[in-house]
Design a binder for this molecule. Structure first.
Ligand code: HEM
Length: 618
């Protein structure tokens, strides 16, 4: 009674007082242990005994996956874009309303980041992602300048180079492109290589010296975890979730754990930390001895240099400690490698599923590069054209359709904060957790111009965008700039906080209402690596599409020889099978583990020289 009923009654009263729509659930999703226990007992039992839950059932809303699986559907079913979930452990405000989102993001003091959720990321030291208040301001002030245009230039150069190496690895022994079964592994490696150079100043060498072969990521580690930096970085990147889970345990439990997977993760953790500490001190001596060139552009060099700048300056207190430099480098890798890798992965899948969009992007690349060799591509001249053209539209559309970060968590400072919801001033109680539901607002027809669905007979899951085309991949929607609308924040409610990079806007593309497009969040806690990611993803796609096309592989239904002999109707048939399978996977097999990714399945792809495609003429 004391732990469940009374708090629940109190929370229901508080929720009622807001006047917002609310749904009562029996347990609080963010109470990890209770949620695990209840989902295995009560939820499982109810799901066994009762018919399939509706979009607004508590059985759905207590799961962490609903923002991914149901997107805008619960909001549509409830007839509101902002509703509360009320549990004994607390109240969660969910919103898919661009106006509410832009108010929350603009008022960082009133609605700070819910850093509790990110505590487990502190394993190497305090950092900009998981801190708040003055400590966060201190980290942000020191780390922001590292994400400079000089660093982005390094990202550009490294991505040009590593993408060509990745493409070369797709060619089989017979000189022909082979089917790439797990493209996500290759894009992960590509992204780690770019991170290695632009973040840590290291040219990563894989032990096999071949990127993208069908070897499992992480296999390069020997049983005891290799001493080499690349292997330990790869191992840590691949096992981040389990390493963070182990490190959340008390030290005495950790040190007495004997079973092998945990030991390996711990060794990798120690190994990478050791590598990084010696790298930091090496950087420091490189800077001292005047070897500044490399140190000045990669992120590690800039963070280490900022330590010296501050020590030599007026206030000695301001510098980051070595452990904080390490903590920040670690979160840059966590926040940056998987997000960029998965975006490139999803962009390639969606382009393979939509050959018309791919052709449009390719013809624009012909106009931009006019057949110039990659070595002569220019960061200053060519990148803005990519960002503001069809490829920029492809990137935005991928990020709109598959939001890598599902929800952006904020918390209400006590005692309460007011918000304008549908024109009414609402008092949101202190400590309420706010979830900005990214996939839902990205598909909310209230905030996006939309057309009719391309194929009204085709069912989409979830069934929430049947009367519009917002569930479809249509990069062209970003090319019409006349669609810009105004938001509450622009009309003067609250003052939008400065974003880190002002030069990274795709100003040549359609500008959605403020708060409607938030793949990188917005306001004072927006993504520090936004421009880094944009440069990396666009550059990789430009290298691939300037000379090659990407198609769905059909090996499951026909061999290369059979495809060669097929008439066009037969080819269309096998391609349709591959398309159906690919679309099914994208609609049903996405999961969110730190970021959104395909789980337990992959969509095989085939690259080909332009002009040698197998299904382009269909
Ligand atoms: C497509 C790629 C990326 C996406 C979609 C993305 C998305 C996001 C989002 C939504 C946030 C806000 C999270 C929150 O407030 O809960 C964020 C924060 C952050 N991101 Fe990214 N990110 C990407 C790439 C990168 C890269 C490449 C880096 C670094 C190299 C990076 C570094 C950071 C950092 C340091 C923060 C924390 C900023 C702060 O709290 O002050 N991100 N990112």
């Amino acid at each position: 009674i004391n732990r469940i009923c009374l708090p629940l009654i109190k929370n229901i009263r508080t929720a009622k007082a807001t006047g917002l729509c609310f749904i009562v659930v029996p347990y609080y999703h963010y109470n990890f242990l209770t949620a695990r226990l209840m989902s295995r007992t009560l939820l499982r039992l109810c799901n066994l005994l009762c018919p399939g839950p509706s979009f607004t059932s508590w059985r759905v809303l207590v799961t962490s996956a609903w923002p991914l699986k149901l997107q805008h559907a619960p909001f549509k079913a409830l007839g509101t874009d902002t509703f509360l979930i009320v549990a004994p452990g607390g109240i969660i405000l969910n919103t898919a309303d661009a106006d509410v989102i832009s108010q929350v993001l603009a008022r960082g003091q009133d609605f700070p980041k819910a850093t509790e959720i990110y505590r487990s990321i502190n394993i190497y030291g305090r950092n900009v992602v998981s801190s708040d208040g003055p400590i966060w301001r201190h980290h942000r002030k020191i780390t922001s300048p590292a994400f400079s245009e000089r660093n982005n230039h390094l990202v550009w150069k490294e991505t040009l180079d590593r993408t060509q190496a990745m493409l070369a690895s797709f060619v089989g022994a017979d000189g022909q492109f082979r089917t790439v079964e797990h493209i996500a592994r290759d894009t992960t490696r590509l992204s780690l290589e770019v991170m290695g150079r632009a973040c840590l100043g290291e040219k990563l060498e894989w032990p096999s010296n071949i990127v993208g072969n069908n070897r499992q990521l992480g296999e390069s580690c020997s049983d005891t975890v290799s001493q080499s930096f690349t292997s330990s970085l790869e191992y840590v990147a691949l096992h981040i979730v389990s390493i963070m889970a182990i490190k959340a345990l008390p030290e005495w439990i950790i040190r007495t754990i004997l079973f092998i997977p945990c030991k390996k993760s711990l060794e990798a953790y120690d190994d990478w930390g050791r590598h990084m500490r010696s790298m930091i001190s090496r950087k420091r001596s490189e800077i001292k001895t005047g070897f500044v060139e490399a140190a000045a552009t990669d992120l590690i060099g800039q963070l280490v240099r900022s330590q010296d700048d501050f020590v030599d300056g007026k206030s000695q207190r301001v510098a980051l400690t070595d452990s904080e430099v390490l903590g920040n480098l670690f979160v840059f890798i966590v926040a940056g490698h998987e997000t960029s890798a998965n975006t490139i992965h999803f962009a390639l899948l969606l382009l393979a599923l939509h050959p018309m969009a791919q052709k449009m992007a390719q013809s624009e690349l012909v106009k931009i590069f006019k057949g110039r060799p990659i070595a002569s591509w220019s960061f200053d001249q060519d990148l803005p054209l990519l960002l503001n053209g069809m490829l920029g539209a492809v990137l935005n559309e991928v990020l709109r359709l598959i939001s890598l970060v599902l929800t952006i968590p904020k918390v209400v400072t006590s005692p309460s904060q007011s918000l304008l919801v549908d024109g009414n001033e609402v008092q949101i109680p202190g400590k309420t957790l706010i979830r900005l539901c990214v996939p839902a607002v990205h598909r909310n027809p209230k905030f996006w111009p939309s057309g009719p669905p391309t194929d009204p007979g085709k069912l989409l899951f979830p069934l929430d965008n049947l009367d519009n085309d917002l569930g479809e991949f249509k990069p062209e929607r970003w090319l019409d700039r006349s669609r810009t609308r105004l938001s509450t924040a622009e009309k003067g409610y609250g003052s939008p906080a400065p974003t880190p990079c002002s030069s990274d806007d795709n100003s040549g593309l359609y500008t959605p209402v403020k708060g409607a497009f938030i793949p990188f969040s917005d306001g004072q806690r927006s993504c520090l690596g936004r421009r880094f990611a944009q440069v990396e993803i666009l550059t990789a796609l430009a290298v691939i599409l300037s000379e090659y096309s990407v198609e769905l592989a059909v090996d499951e239904w026909a061999s290369d020889e059979e495809v060669r002999k097929m008439a066009s109707d037969k080819r269309r048939e096998v391609w349709s099978k591959a398309r159906q399978k690919g679309e099914f996977a994208l609609q049903n097999k996405l999961v969110s583990i730190i970021t959104v990714q395909l789980n337990g399945t992959s969509i095989p792809l085939r690259f080909s020289k332009k002009g040698h495609e197998r299904f382009y003429d269909l």
